[in-house]
Design a protein around this ligand. Structure first.
Ligand SMILES: Cc1cc2nc3c(=O)[nH]c(=O)nc-3n(C[C@H](O)[C@H](O)[C@H](O)COP(=O)(O)OP(=O)(O)OC[C@H]3O[C@@H](n4cnc5c(N)ncnc54)[C@H](O)[C@@H]3O)c2cc1C
Length: 187
């Protein structure tokens, strides 16, 4: 987000929220969000790690865990292997999918998270049948929602106020740069 205050341009950005889980048990100690996982460099996960969410981030974390010798399980609501990790560029997706295969990441398609238990998670499949997956840790990689709280607070208080990047909609780095470029051309 860009704001103009007292004649100066200042850049302000908005934080992402914790990857949302519909389940109140997501506060369980063996469960972490992507931001918690990536923010804590010393976080060591157990031998069997379940990534919930088959976007680029979930696939990258699954790869990194499998590469460490862990049993990595990746679940996604997506129903085709072509859709897994397919949020960015197609060459990157293809390379990552090859790595997931090489490191035997267990990819389970068409699973919708219903409940987090003390030792795993329960999912509903496309046929509504429930599947339980046991694991030591869960990383919630279910995407982000925009957070425009700061923008709302500043609205009407600063001369020029613009939303850019993830504050508008969680997206890719290139999109945030493009948003900034468009605003910079206007002001
Ligand atoms: C794990 C992960 C992997 C990703 N991988 C890729 C990838 O491979 N390729 C890709 O293109 N995109 C990727 N993305 C998406 C990319 O990171 C975002 O699209 C991009 O960072 C958005 O830029 P932004 O400036 O809007 O927000 P951010 O990069 O989130 O920057 C926000 C900044 O504002 C600061 N801030 C927050 N609140 C305030 C406040 N009140 N006052 C002052 N400062 C504040 C924050 O500390 C932060 O530094 C990934 C995202 C995640 C979470």
């Amino acid at each position: 987000m860009l704001a103009k205050a007292r004649g100066h341009e200042v850049a302000l950005y908005e934080k992402r929220k914790r990857g949302g889980c519909p389940n109140k048990n997501s506060e369980k100690p063996h469960v972490c969000s992507v931001m918690e996982f990536t923010g804590d460099r010393n976080m060591e996960l157990g031998q069997t790690v379940l990534m919930v969410g088959g976007g680029l981030v979930g696939a990258e974390i699954a790869y990194s865990q499998a590469k460490k010798g862990k049993k990595a399980i990746l679940t996604t609501r997506r129903t085709s292997m072509f859709e897994v990790a397919n949020d960015n560029s197609s060459p990157m997706q293809q390379r990552l999918m090859m790595k997931l295969k090489e490191y035997s990441v267990d990819i389970r398609l068409g699973l919708d998270l219903k409940e987090i238990t003390d030792d795993g998670a329960v999912f509903a499949g496309a046929d509504k049948a429930m599947t339980e997956i046991k694991c030591d840790n869960i990383v919630l990689c279910r995407g982000y929602v925009r957070n425009n709280k700061l923008y709302k607070e500043l609205e009407g208080q600063v001369e020029d106020l613009y939303k850019i990047g993830d504050c508008v909609k969680p997206n890719l780095i290139g999109d945030a740069i493009h948003d900034g470029w468009v605003v910079a051309n206007r002001i």
